[in-house]
Design a protein around this ligand. Sequence first.
Ligand SMILES: Cc1cc2nc3c(=O)[nH]c(=O)nc-3n(C[C@H](O)[C@H](O)[C@H](O)COP(=O)(O)OP(=O)(O)OC[C@H]3O[C@@H](n4cnc5c(N)ncnc54)[C@H](O)[C@@H]3O)c2cc1C
Length: 432
Amino acid sequence: MSEKYDVIVVGAGPAGVTTAYLTAKAGLKTILFERGDHPGAKNVMGGVLYRKPTEDVIANFWKEAPLERHVIEQNLWILDKNSVVKAGYRTKAQDQEPYNAFTVFRSRFDRWFAQKAVEAGALLITETVVEDLIWDNHFVVGVKTGRPQGDVYGSVVVLAEGVNSMLTQKAGLQKDGLNTAQLAVAVKEVIALDKEKIESRFNLEEGQGATIELVGDATMGMMGTAFIYTNTDSLSVGVGALLSQVVRQKINPNELLEHLKNHPIVRPLLEGGETKEYLGHLIPEGGYNAIPKVYTNGVVVVGDAAQFVNGIHREGSNMAMISGKLAAETIIDAHKIGEFDERALSHYQKKLSNSFIIKDLKKYQNASGFFETNDHIFSLYPSLLNKAAEEFTTVDNVPKREKQRRIMELVTSERSKLEILRDIYRGWRVMG
Ligand SMILES: Cc1cc2nc3c(=O)[nH]c(=O)nc-3n(C[C@H](O)[C@H](O)[C@H](O)COP(=O)(O)OP(=O)(O)OC[C@H]3O[C@@H](n4cnc5c(N)ncnc54)[C@H](O)[C@@H]3O)c2cc1C
């Protein structure tokens, strides 16, 4: 395999497939490496896939892609030990074509998506690990694969390797690696459940889907979220928390998931279901401050490998695809002038800076640090909110003004007014 390609893509997740699809479609000789036995085999997502960014790559994809349900309702549940405060949004507008978002299984979706890249002309090589980069005079000129005579040369290498960004580190772009405060660990089960039960429990009609994100007791008060998403005839149920907190509190992620599944508010939703699959994965949560340099001579970095995840809004696949698209546009332009040095590839950085990706990650750049160092936000406040709701909803002949006083007393017995005001101010600063 010592042929020369225009584009070498490492990793057939949404980021890599997007770049491979678009560069192949533009007539560039593209090769796409995937270590799994098929694209998606090793990939984990909750997973909600968004229509707009996906359609920016493949028009009308939703008419033929393997999707589960279109999402019409999104919920946030703030859990305490035996209770929940709920917020949600349901709309008929997202119940119509072309829809807003879908639940998916990555093993099916990625396979379909990669096939589109193959149809566009990309060569897909599975069961192959790219082990290293080939350098020539400070320029990356190819990759070393785990196959015999597996060196492959190309004008540009696209690192779409996901969160375990070994090659991005080898390229010298992520010098310090990642620490446990920049990673979340997530586990997920796919629980088979009758379609009719899903529809009655979640108040859905055929094809409609709902999502629930859960905080508070769902993560045992750690910084993170849990989720329950409806598929056609199964539920995706998972939980993720910051790795540094999981390590500090010595809680096994599996314990977290069992705790969630057995929560008295959650259990009835899952009743009668049968676990079909168990998956675990890391999520890059370092945000803006952890973004590596995303280009060098002969290299660009896309998707999770570049830390493009917005955990607050449950966005990752969209950032993977749009960064993959911006990288493809840059490569196509670079190909026209035959230059793949830092200067030519720096246009990718400019495109990213003008996109929602960098703008959004910059907006939340201090959020992760704030939540990590203020444990009580995910533990104390959900509990207080539930207790306040309990007081508020209990009809017991107590005048409402007295109830307000009791709620205030309850809240300030745990945290002073000054501390609460400071939390609100700081929260507003990092999220606003
Ligand atoms: C539990 C969980 C829930 C999530 N939920 C959502 C959600 O609901 N919505 C959302 O938008 N995002 C979600 N995300 C985030 C989303 O999954 C990622 O942001 C997205 O998958 C990133 O895509 P990617 O292509 O950059 O990386 P990946 O999808 O990780 O793909 C990387 C690919 O590269 C391959 N690879 C890696 N190294 C090599 C190598 N050396 N050689 C060959 N192949 C290699 C891997 O096998 C893999 O196929 C979730 C993530 C997790 C873990």
